[in-house]
Design a protein around this ligand. Structure first.
Ligand SMILES: Cc1cc2nc3c(=O)[nH]c(=O)nc-3n(C[C@H](O)[C@H](O)[C@H](O)COP(=O)(O)OP(=O)(O)OC[C@H]3O[C@@H](n4cnc5c(N)ncnc54)[C@H](O)[C@@H]3O)c2cc1C
Ligand code: SF4
Length: 544
């Protein structure tokens, strides 16, 4: 069956802060120039914001540039940061440390990034951007010269067996003069563009972390709106990079989360269990007691920074936001940089539109970005994250030296390794004995996934595909004790056996997947490939 096609000037894949900022900036420029511009944005979540999960403390620099009157327009920035605390935790104690300058949040806001994106979506629609939530871009379209000329949404109503069901609906081609990929961390189509156009050649591998987050309604007496609290140390050992965040929002809510660098080496480690254990620490347990957990989710974030930024453009389009990797790790912030990259891409594309030939490569986007504050900001902190590959103490000393002595201008650049090669064999790593959840502040995976509102059409082809179905048992189980059972925060991967304990095999509970992309990153043999499920499937985060 032929696919229907629609034509636009620009198609944007992904309704996060980067994609929405690109859309808004394009329409602002078109309005200033008094010209028509057809901009379409598609989002795989059931609505804009449904798949957005972040901390989040927002640095409003890009927002000030994009929508200077955001306050009058009712942007949901209701909780200015009033206090920063940075702690080192031991098993039973907490030591207050000086807040690193990058984590000074004066002038920033504690927000729900999902709600902020919903608001950005309204601003974009008011300017005439066509937003289609519930549609996943499943395929990149190329013209006869090999240039990108749009994307196609996935077919709907294909059964598990690969055959069309009664609900079958052919995907749609969205053709464009320029296509902007704003898929967020570990974009699935972006990965195919990396290969096709060699965009990562000569760059460091991207490195990642997994962030797991919960939202709690807490006892009003314990609420301290505006407090941003971070910790390093327990429960992680000092050779694993990671730490917690705990942000007090207005309305007696706290956002609490735990981030673990995916270069961890012990295959017995479970980021989910580390997070649950963290909440039992005496320094924080009291915040949750008497409260109620209302939301749960997880998402990968990039940590490679400056030296891992790929080539950003190719014939027919470009990459913006975390799909390229602009997160500032020492700040734990990627929203302001994602927005800035989206705006800059929009400016480069708009400037070229009049004389644009098919397959135009918007190369001036990269030049403009290199002249912007974003580039300087990321360059300055490029050596901080790689220093932690040698452990917490070396990392802290290196960060202090790099920040205070070299001021980000050290005459060297430290490098990264890919995360999937870091695991030691299970036999060479200590087992970790995680406590059972207490049902008060700590919980199991199933009850957690329930709170993510995750839902997928049951009868559809698996979106977690295996290049070789034998590897999970012959390699991952044999050498690493099947680490996917532990790093997946949604309990998607289970090794099941016959009653006699024999015949181990991997069971994939794909319906639980919260689209964090960790398996696609951490699988030691890169055998798991995450592809988009039917649009609208996945988590339904309320205000993460
Ligand atoms: C736990 C955690 C804490 C964080 N804390 C902070 C913080 O405090 N401050 C801060 O500034 N940053 C923080 N970040 C980083 C910040 O969230 C990201 O930098 C930011 O969201 C990146 O924006 P983006 O638009 O590039 O991608 P995303 O926000 O990931 O948005 C991408 C969108 O594209 C959609 N999409 C992806 N693929 C497709 C497809 N093929 N078809 C259709 N739609 C698609 C997704 O569903 C999603 O809605 C945090 C991140 C995490 C995970
Ligand atoms: S299956 Fe993969 S992408 Fe889905 S929740 Fe688990 S680790 Fe994340």
């Amino acid at each position: 069956m032929e696919r229907e096609a629609m034509e636009f000037d620009v198609v944007i894949v992904g309704g996060g802060p980067s994609g929405l900022s690109a859309a808004i900036r394009l329409k602002q420029l078109a309005a200033e120039a008094g010209r028509d511009l057809e901009v379409c944005l598609i989002e795989k979540g059931s609505e804009v914001g449904a798949h957005i999960l972040s901390g989040a403390v927002l640095e409003p620099r890009s927002l000030d540039e994009l929508i200077p009157d955001w306050q009058e327009r009712g942007a949901p920035l209701d909780t200015p940061v009033t206090a920063d605390k940075f702690m080192f935790l031991t098993e039973s104690g907490a030591i207050r440390m000086p807040t690193p300058p990058q984590m000074n949040n004066h002038g920033n806001y504690i927000i729900s990034l999902g709600n902020f994106c919903r608001w950005l979506g309204e601003q974009a629609e008011a300017l005439g951007v066509e937003i289609y939530p519930g549609f996943a871009a499943a395929e990149v379209l190329y013209d006869e010269t090999g240039a990108v000329c749009g994307v196609a949404t996935g077919d709907m109503g294909i059964g598990k067996d690969g055959e069309p069901t009664d609900m079958f609906m052919r995907g749609m081609e969205l053709r464009a003069r320029q296509t902007i990929f704003a898929e967020g961390c570990r974009g699935h189509l972006t990965k195919t563009l990396f290969d096709r156009f060699d965009l990562r050649e000569g760059k460091d591998p991207q490195t990642f972390a997994i962030g797991i987050k919960e939202l709690w309604d807490i006892d009003p007496e314990k609420s301290k709106p505006g407090t941003a609290w971070h910790s390093v140390g327990w429960p992680l050992s000092t050779d694993t990079y990671g730490g917690s965040f705990l942000y007090h929002l207005n309305g007696n809510q706290v956002a609490v989360g735990y981030v673990v660098g995916l270069d961890y080496t012990n295959p017995h480690l479970s980021p989910f269990e580390e997070f649950q254990r963290f909440k039992t620490h005496p320094a924080v347990r009291d915040v949750f007691e008497g409260g109620r957990r209302v939301a749960y989710g997880a998402r990968a974030l990039n940590e490679g920074g400056f030296q891992s930024i790929p080539k950003l453009t190719f014939p027919g389009g470009c990459l913006v936001g975390c799909t390229a990797g602009f997160l500032n790790v020492p700040k734990i912030k990627g929203t302001h940089t994602a927005m800035k990259s989206g705006m800059t891409a929009a400016e480069a594309i708009f400037e070229a539109l009049d004389d644009m030939q098919p397959g135009h490569e918007p190369a001036s986007y990269a030049d403009r970005l290199q002249d912007s504050w974003l580039w300087k900001e990321l360059y300055k902190v490029r050596n901080i994250r790689p220093g932690f590959a040698k452990g917490l103490w070396f990392g802290m000393a290196n960060a202090a030296l790099d920040t205070y002595l070299f001021m980000g201008r050290a005459p060297w650049t430290l490098h990264h390794h890919a995360d999937h090669i870091s695991l030691k064999p299970a036999a060479d790593a200590p087992k970790i004995d995680y406590p059972k959840p207490d049902g008060v502040v700590s919980f199991d995976r199933n009850s957690s996934v329930y709170l993510s509102g995750t839902n997928h059409e049951e009868n559809q082809p698996a979106h977690l595909t295996l290049k070789d179905p034998a590897i999970p048992v012959s390699h991952n189980l044999a050498i690493y004790d099947a680490p996917e059972q532990r790093y997946c925060p949604a309990g998607v991967y289970e090794i099941v056996r016959d009653d006699d304990g024999g015949n181990p095999r991997l069971q994939i509970n794909a319906q639980n997947c919260v689209h964090c992309k960790t398996c696609d990153i951490k699988d030691p043999s890169q055998n798991i490939v995450w592809v988009t499920p039917e649009g609208g499937g996945g988590p339904n985060y309320p205000n993460m």
